[in-house]
Write a protein that binds this ligand. Sequence first.
Ligand code: 6PG
Length: 466
Amino acid sequence: MNGLDVGVYGLGVMGEAFALNLESRGLTVAVYNRTAEKTTQFLQGKAKGKRIQGFTDLKEFVDSLSRPRMIVLFVKAGKPVDEVVETLTHMLEKGDIIIDCGNSHYRDSDRRFAELSGRGIRFLGVGVSGGEEGALKGPSMMFGGDFSAYIEAENKIGRAAAVFENSKCVSYFGEGGAGHFVKIVHNGIEYAIMQAIAEVYDYLLRGVGLSSGEVGSVFEEWGKGVLRSFLLEAAARVLRYIDPETGKPLVELILDEAEQKGTGRWAVEAAMELGVSAPTIAAAVDERTLTTLRTLRRPAQEAGFNGDRNVGEAVEAAKNSLLATTLLSYIQGISLLQAGARNYGFRVSEALRVWRAGCIIRSRIVEELYKELSWTPGEPTAVAFDKIIPQLEELMPQWLQFITNASRMRIPTPASMSALSYYLSLRSDRLPANLIQGIRDYFGGHMFKRVDREGYFHSDWGRSSE
Ligand code: 6PG
């Protein structure tokens, strides 16, 4: 008897949806979950009548698969992945493939790849984006790890991916944790754009006085043009949804404390380690943390919208600021990708290619940046930045107006502000780092370079003559 094509370990929301997706693409699927009830529920519910077989015994699950076995994990990142990998390894044979589709840290995937290679098991770490709907209908898939395993996996689980203009949103980014690195950058951008959208919502709601539903309609309108994106569309839908129980916009009933699972922070840590500047991603992570520090909040009187200002103008300013901040969030992501590309050896444009559909940050901007990066030679960040500078210059007056007005109204805009200062720094011929170097040398003898001579120098800053 032929074995089943793919095994899915972990029947959380993503695992279930992905198993159904694989089956819908003509594959036979074995499923296993640590708690057996979940498997039974799935088989009797969504998986009923489909070519999906459930197992409550792990050995039987493993034995049911055709050789080389391909097991996809949808397990919580961190220790749980290590535990499952360890248990499975004892049941697998040389050449079998373990594919971690969770949001794992890329360094963990680097380590697992190395450890498993030594034991003859082929490992793939895959960044899967698109949430439950993506997992069910077609996610964006960022592979890293064993290349021969990728070729086989692309032919099987790669079938489940989203497609953009006949091109599957699947790619191989290099050995070890390359795929998870790209996914972490994706999530960093996701955090930054979500924060920027939230700031604009706050401004239009508390500052300008629109209702949640009206802000939703504004976002829907914006989403038809340059700002077209999944995240803005999602925000519009969330803002317009009325809670059937209370008749109020559900968004207004949600506690204003943002949670996070760590991928945004990992993007910031990666940026710090790799010497990349990503202030808008950092601001977004930081602001999520700040929202949870409730005991530190000391609400001041709100300075509302100044009636003599024009609502239409305020909305336009907010739109332009969102566009500028979003563009620069992608630039920061691209510069982080560029640094990762040096380690893993992938093409930055490849990440943008697979982000055009299926994933959370899909947008018209990604489509345009992809075109630019694939056509224009040069350093990706510089190519992308040069492309958007004229646009940012045009947006600048209204971007400033948004930040200034919001600040006057005591509405925080950390993502928009950080993007602005990032832009201003990159557009400065001379930055005040000369003074920082001078002070470092003054108190610590750290030396400095000069603009008029080669080499490092130290000064006693006049101390000898005191
Ligand atoms: C995706 C998402 C998804 C999830 C992250 C972020 O690409 O489908 O990035 O992976 O949204 O886990 O979650 P947190 O906001 O909880 O950190």
